[in-house]
Design a protein around this ligand. Structure first.
Ligand code: PMP
Length: 435
């Protein structure tokens, strides 16, 4: 069991410099996301729950509608025009995702429902074949349950052992401990590219290189990374990279597993049935090549096309500027939140995304989230599917404001204003904080 280590010695708030405001056309970008302009019960929506899911630009919504309105068909079969168009759109989306990730080619990308399914696929296919009794699977204290539980279950089945790299009080990984935990027994390192609770971005490239020295494979959970900064899987050297479309401005129900060609080639089928076979007789079956061998049944065709549109959207923007804008927002949010009396912010790693988890004195976080909700401000409260991360800080529930490139410093001010209002009680004549 993880023991709480950091609940007494944390400073009230991390002191971080606020990077310069970026030259990012945030108001123009916001116009691409119609939902950001709606009101919730009379208050303008302030969407600070991007860690759970991101909003969708009009181009993604239109791509979904266009697919169903103009070329809906199953793919890879049927000698007719719509089947060809749907197949082109589906395989085109695979090629877009591959290029977006810097993969060697589309055949290295398997469509899945999302990050959770991708990790389960790797555990169920690669893990069942490659992890042996006495092997070790190395995780970190930053992992989402999706990158813990499938490995725990695999370790039980294969009589392997889980090892965990701890976080330090800032929420950075203890790299000394990481080095000490690596050994010839390490079969796999499974590490997040960005923590959904602390915002930490671990030095994944260096970690992959070290793990490879011991012959371990590395799976990187990119669920929180791909929407925030450009990723190049070959530069990282990762064997597996997993992501969810809905956290990168694409649809729900679609995601991707990247795996190196030679690793994929050795992976046996995970689910079986239609679409993944070569020949079937009652005596036995042979299987299609990759990636189709790992995509049994009819896939989520329309949402894959929507994911392709999300990729187009992201590569069409100046991502350096978007990242700089987010860095500014992160620094601004840390300092603005620090004005709240009694606040404890979790996570102050040097490399981080704009994810801000906090508690305010003895205030009930659920009541505070309800107060924010009544003002149109969407944050998440709970364990964020990362109970071991919170346990390291002696907590079970925290509030989390998670920002994306379309958020503004005005929205951060709205959040902080509403938190202060909750602490002070209602301000006469003011029904909601200034935006
Ligand atoms: N990993 C991380 C870091 C996440 O933040 C999430 C979603 N919160 C997941 C994995 C799981 O993603 P999904 O629910 O889309 O499968």
């Amino acid at each position: 069991m993880t023991t709480a280590r950091y609940w007494l010695d944390r400073p009230a708030a991390p002191v971080v410099p606020v990077p310069r405001a970026a030259d990012f056309p945030v108001e123009a970008v916001r116009r691409d996301f119609p939902i950001l302009h709606r009101e919730v019960d009379g208050a303008p929506l302030v969407w600070l729950d991007n860690g759970s899911t991101t909003q969708k630009p009009l181009t993604v919504v239109q791509a979904l509608a266009d697919f169903y309105l103009t070329c809906n068909s199953n793919v890879h079969r049927g000698a007719h025009a719509l089947a060809r168009r749907a197949t082109d759109a589906y395989e085109g989306a695979r090629a877009k995702v591959a290029a977006f990730l810097g993969a060697a080619g589309p055949e290295e990308v398997v469509f899945v429902r999302g990050t959770t399914e991708a990790v389960n696929l790797v555990a169920g296919s690669w893990g069942e074949a490659e992890v042996r009794a006495g092997d070790e699977i190395l995780l970190t204290e930053l992992e989402h349950h999706a990158n813990i539980v499938p490995w725990q279950q695999l370790a039980k089945r294969r009589r392997a052992t889980l090892k965990v790299v701890p976080v330090d009080p800032d929420g950075a990984l203890d790299l000394g401990a990481f080095r000490a935990l690596l050994s010839q027994r390490t079969a796999l390192l499974a590490v997040t590219h960005a923590s959904n609770v602390l915002g930490t971005v671990p030095p994944v490239r260096e970690m992959v290189a070290l793990a490879h020295r011991y012959g371990a494979r590395v799976l990187v959970d990119g669920a929180q990374a791909v929407g925030h900064f450009p990723v190049d899987v070959r530069d990282l050297g990762a064997d597996f990279y997993v992501l969810s479309g809905h956290k990168m401005f694409g649809p729900t129900g679609i995601g991707a597993l990247y795996a190196k060609r030679e690793v994929l080639a050795a992976m046996r089928p995970w689910q079986t049935g239609g679409n993944m076979i070569d020949r079937v007789t009652f005596g036995g079956s042979t299987f299609a090549g990759h990636p189709h061998r790992l995509e049994a049944g009819t896939g989520n065709i329309a949402d894959a096309v929507g994911l392709g549109a999300a990729v187009d959207y992201l590569v069409g923007m100046d991502r350096d500027q978007a990242e700089a804008h987010e860095r500014h927002l992160a620094g601004y949010a840390c300092q603005a939140l620090a004005r709240v009396p009694g606040i404890r912010q979790f996570g102050a790693a040097r490399d981080r995304i704009a994810v801000h988890s906090f508690l305010v004195g003895a205030t009930d976080p659920v009541a505070l989230a309800a107060h924010l909700d009544a003002r149109g401000i969407a944050v998440r409260v709970g364990h964020h599917c990362a109970q071991p991360t919170l346990a390291a800080f002696g907590e079970t529930v925290v509030l989390r404001a998670s920002l994306a490139f379309y958020n503004t410093t005005d929205e951060v001010d709205a959040l902080v204003g509403a938190v202060l209002e909750f602490l002070d009680g209602p301000v006469p004549g003011q029904t909601r904080p200034r935006r």
